[in-house]
Design a protein around this ligand. Structure first.
Ligand code: Z5A
Ligand code: MG
Length: 258
């Protein structure tokens, strides 16, 4: 497909050139990418048999690793390229279930560990069909925390990891999980700890160990201690490659296959 070859050669050339050249060619590159995405989106809407779709991108990591900052930067970047994209986050505190979760996180209510785990999962299930509709209609979703947070935080409390995964089975599997890696100590130095239930150094250490048990082939590890702009650049590369694969018709799959 010509648009795919175009994109591949754009990325190859972009990797070969110096930062100054990249800066100078920034607008040309942006324009080329914009044309490519428009071509692929039009191709999709003109061909009802096409399996082209948006990508499901998840950002994960410890508290304060930079997920929310990078989510909004990435969404702006993709919007600027003319791509159809939405920013999502879990927990989604706007729903009835989300409000129960929010009250628990802010220590206004108490719940059994298993009950809150299932609420977090239900909060994802209530958005599942909308998520699938959006992806199939060509919209890319950038999701700030997902099932991995659910399993990592609950298993860090001592719940069995397989029990934690069970209610997530059948949710859509991300095309890429960007894991922003930072030590709990470094993350704590960024400040802002203390307001919510899980924001304690000792607990975050256990969460980090739990995350380590969840790595699979869909994960890309990014050093979250780099300057924000460097992380942003790395995430863009990962995500643009992934968008192309999804536009080519990669099929949707479900958790929890690994
Ligand atoms: N939870 C759960 O138990 N089960 C589940 O299923 C789910 C979640 C989905 C709420 O999450 C809690 O719910 C969470 C897990 C649990 N508890 N904890 N802990 P949340 O997503 O609502 O938490 P949050 O408060 O929005 O975000 P966060 O995770 O704490 O932070 P972040 O989004 O990763 O980071 P940030 O807000 O982008 O940045 C934090 C600060 O660092 C900020 O001042 C930035 O300017 C700074 N920053 C960011 N990047 C950098 C770099 N590269 N260098 C220096 N400084 C930086
Ligand atoms: Mg956040």
């Amino acid at each position: 497909m010509p648009a795919i070859s175009l994109s591949n050669s754009i990325f190859r050339s972009f990797r070969r050139i110096s930062p100054n050249q990249a800066l100078n060619s920034h607008f040309g590159l942006k324009f080329a990418l914009k044309c490519m995405f428009k071509y692929m989106e039009n191709h999709h809407s003109n061909n009802s048999k096409s399996d082209s779709r948006g990508a499901l991108i998840v950002l994960e990591g410890l508290d304060r690793c930079g997920k929310t900052s990078q989510t909004s930067r990435l969404v702006s970047f993709l919007e600027g390229l003319g791509h159809s994209v939405e920013s999502w986050r879990f927990p989604d505190r706007t729903t009835g279930v989300g409000q129960m979760i929010s009250s628990y996180l802010s220590n206004e209510s108490q719940l059994d560990d298993r009950a809150i785990h299932l609420l977090f999962s239900a909060n994802r299930w209530e958005k599942r069909s909308l998520m699938e509709d959006k992806l199939r209609s060509g919209t890319t979703l950038i999701v700030d925390r997902y099932s991995y947070s659910g399993v990592a935080f609950s298993s860090a409390k001592g719940l069995d990891i397989e029990w934690c995964k069970a209610p997530e089975i059948g949710l859509l599997a991300p095309d890429v999980v960007v894991y922003l890696e930072i030590s709990p100590e470094k993350a704590a130095e960024r400040g802002g700890y203390g307001a919510e239930r899980y924001e304690k150094l000792e607990f975050q250490k256990k969460v980090a160990q739990s995350y380590n048990m969840l790595f699979d082939a869909s994960w890309k590890i990014v050093d979250a201690t780099l300057p924000i702009e460097d992380i942003e650049k790395r995430i863009r590369e990962i995500v643009l490659d992934c968008l192309i694969t999804c536009q080519k018709g990669k099929s949707l799959s479900q958790l929890w296959s690994c």
